[in-house]
Design a protein around this ligand. Structure first.
Ligand code: PXP
Length: 260
């Protein structure tokens, strides 16, 4: 199973002081040495963490393929096209959100999305769509010609956090509900079943399947067992652990949990 390490949170730390330190560029060689397969970054419209110069340097200097997440605003799509990363993952983006709260609801009719996919393909950039786990979105992603889908695991991560304690690291749709353990267990199994079924369906359609958001050292093991998920993109928990263990060890620890 492939691991993409999302290094945005290194830039988050830098932007907290608006200085030059820590530089996400310094992570490239460490991520590679630790055995990860991909660098993932998100060039947000508001440039709140990764800046254009970061993205430019990371794409230019990374020995690992770069997966660049972006929304469909024309200015961003043009910037990403110029950067020419290995892959562009199209995500929904809201100014006020703390992190990407949900996946795209792909209908196949969104003009901007179609235009973005065509533009990336014309420039030999493979395309992934970060989607909520629904059949409609998967079928539409296939019809639009995306090579990859990335299933949003935020709901799964949240149910897991409610069931097993305060282990969650995603603010995605946290319901203010007082649910019993047996209800939460059922919800967790249901969500895992959905992720398993949809990733199988997508793989049968010829799509490559990634997953991510809110995954951590506790909740990743059930996701690893879904054979049709080829890749995980994980950020927050790895960067958080690296404060104490160093980045290389934090990635090695995650890698060990991803062995099938
Ligand atoms: N995948 C996508 C498409 C994302 O937008 C993010 C968050 O930036 C991640 C994966 C990683 O999520 P987390 O930081 O919760 O591991």
């Amino acid at each position: 199973m492939l691991l993409g390490v999302n290094i945005d949170h290194i830039a988050v730390l830098r932007e907290a002081r608006q200085i030059a330190d820590p530089d996400p560029l310094d992570a490239l060689s460490i991520v590679k040495r630790a055995g990860a397969d991909q660098i993932t970054i998100h060039l947000r419209e508001d440039r709140r963490h990764i800046r254009d110069s970061d993205a430019e340097n990371i794409v230019r200097l990374s020995a690992l393929p770069v997966n660049l997440e972006c929304a469909t605003a024309t200015e961003i799509i043009d910037s990403v096209t110029d950067l020419k990363p290995h892959r562009a993952t199209i995500v929904p983006e809201k100014r006020e959100e703390v992190t990407t709260e949900g996946g795209l609801a792909v209908t196949g009719k969104q003009k901007r999305l179609k235009r973005a996919i065509h533009q990336f393909h014309d420039n030999e950039i493979e395309v992934s769509l970060f989607i909520d786990p629904t059949t409609e979105s998967i079928e539409a992603a296939k019809a639009l010609g995306a090579e990859w889908i990335e299933l949003h695991t935020g709901k799964y991560a949240n149910i897991y956090a409610m069931l097993y304690g305060n282990l969650g690291n995603t603010p995605y749709a946290i319901p203010e509900l007082d649910l019993s353990r047996s209800t939460l267990k059922k919800m967790l199994l249901e969500e895992l079943k959905t992720l398993r079924r949809l990733s199988c369906d997508a793989a049968e359609m010829g799509l490559r399947v990634a997953a991510g958001h809110g995954l951590n050292y506790q909740n990743v093991k059930e996701i690893v067992e879904i054979e049709t998920i080829e890749e995980l993109n994980i950020g927050q928990c790895i960067i958080a652990r690296s404060v104490y263990t160093g980045l290389e060890q934090a990635i090695v620890d995650m890698r060990a949990l991803m062995l099938r």
